[in-house]
Design a protein around this ligand. Structure first.
Ligand code: GUN
Ligand code: ZN
Length: 435
């Protein structure tokens, strides 16, 4: 198998910029990524790689910036068609827009059509991996993993479980069927190619304690799997949880009491946390997933990035499509920056980029496979044009360093900035105007 050498500017991480500062990132003005059999086999300066691998096929991205493919650590692919739906807060938004749309995913043809459209949108936005909720229908899980396999993508996903009458009829399973269907899907998909099954109780308000317990038992039987759910997104939701689980110490306790708190747990939003919840999440080293465009769009609140990172929490970044208002991890970085500003902490571009790549991969316990440009990792990367619009170009033209050159694209960029996306060594997206 011949090697392919991608040349351009490169940015990679040797550490976490929240701990080590921007020097945790390594920039090559003229660098390269060598790909062999779907994996990165070497990185470094273009001159060195050309010299040491003279037979490699060269793909020159010019001034383009080669980055690890973005990793979206929390999304709902079935909500693709209802993104940007107006005027509601969380519970009304779920009932008005989300649940009626999710009912359609019992139809395997519809699920397949949306899954394909969604993953193509991700690739056009530079996102190469996602951790997605599906719907209660097993067909919706098959559709996403099938579409991901067709594109070669590492995708994390699971059947969303809801058995309480707080969810509408037609969108409910039972404690037993949730266990059985999740187990069957896990057996079918987990570890098949790049598929990773994620045990997925939607959130405490739509599950009975029996269902949470059944899924906790399934997780105990498969401790290598991730588990994803929602936690403390809106204050109304927290009050609702209190009324449904009067004996619980707090929202997290509704999961903890049923075997759903652990280091491979992903807790979406996690905005309005009690001190006990923060301590427990830290103790078990669970992942908190920040969904900034969703948190502003649905009006949920301001995630405490600075405090949580200082306390040593494991944090990843996500779109939360379609509660989030964009498919783009660039837009998600921009929103994370804006929320940081509202809380008095300007996140550095190296921190934003880390959250969208290595940090998100680390949240998914997959940093040994994705989320960075390093030998041995899977060859998932994206190439950015740092002058994709007139407004961005005139600003990046006066940049003195890579961070000043990149920040305008983080703040103002969209899919036009993504010239090429490579998945497992294959070019799966190329803009018509890319060089
Ligand atoms: N909480 C429970 N379900 C959802 C969902 O689909 N989106 C968001 N943003 N929050 C939720
Ligand atoms: Zn969500």
């Amino acid at each position: 198998m011949t090697d392919t050498l991608h040349l351009g500017q490169t940015l990679s991480f040797s550490g976490n910029p929240f701990d080590d500062g921007p020097d945790a990132a390594h920039h090559e003005r003229r660098g390269g990524v060598l790909v062999h059999d779907g994996r990165i086999s070497d990185t470094g300066s273009a001159d060195h790689l050309r010299r040491t691998h003279p037979k490699a096929t060269v793909v020159d991205h010019g001034d383009g910036l080669i980055l690890p493919g973005f990793v979206d650590a929390h999304a709902h692919y079935p909500q693709t068609g209802i993104i940007a739906s107006w005027g509601k807060r969380l519970i009304d938004w779920l009932n008005s827009y989300t649940f009626p749309e999710e009912m359609r995913f019992g139809d395997p043809d519809y699920a397949a059509e949306v899954a394909g459209r969604y993953l193509d949108l991700l690739l056009e936005h530079g996102t190469t991996s996602v951790c997605s909720y599906c719907t209660i229908h097993p067909e919706s899980v098959d559709a996403l993993f099938t579409a991901a396999a067709a594109r070669g993508m590492r995708v994390f996903a699971g059947k969303t479980c809801m058995d309480r009458d707080t969810a509408p009829e037609g969108l409910r399973d039972t404690a037993q069927s949730a266990y059985d269907d999740s187990k069957a899907l896990l057996t079918r998909w987990h570890g098949q190619g790049r598929a990773e099954y994620v045990i997925t109780p939607r959130f405490s308000p739509t599950s009975t304690p029996e269902q949470l317990r059944a899924l906790g038992a399934l997780w105990a039987e498969h401790p290598d799997c991730l588990m994803q759910t929602h936690l403390s997104e809106q204050t109304d939701e927290i009050a609702w949880v209190k009324s449904l689980y009067p004996q619980a110490r707090d929202y997290l306790d509704t999961y903890e009491a049923h075997g759903l708190l652990g280091g491979r747990g992903l807790y979406g939003h996690a905005i309005h946390l009690e001190p006990r919840e923060r301590d427990r999440l830290r103790e078990v080293d669970a992942a908190l997933i920040h969904c900034p465009t969703s948190n502003t769009f649905i009006g949920s609140g301001l995630f405490d990035m600075d405090g949580l990172m200082k306390d040593g929490h494991r944090v990843g970044l996500a779109t939360d499509t379609g509660g989030g208002s964009s498919f783009s991890m660039l837009r998600s970085m921009a929103a994370a920056y804006e929320i940081g500003q509202l809380r008095g902490r300007a996140l550095h571009p190296s921190e934003l980029l880390w959250l969208a790549t290595t940090g998100a991969a680390r949240a998914l316990r997959a940093e040994d496979r994705i989320g960075n440009l390093a030998a041995g990792l899977e060859a998932d990367f994206t190439v950015l044009n740092l002058a994709s619009t007139k407004g961005i170009a005139q600003r990046s033209a006066r940049a003195d360093d890579i961070w000043e050159a990149l920040f305008p694209t983080i703040m103002m960029g969209d899919d036009r900035a993504i010239t090429t996306t490579v998945v497992a060594g294959h070019t799966v997206h190329k803009r018509a105007d890319a060089n």
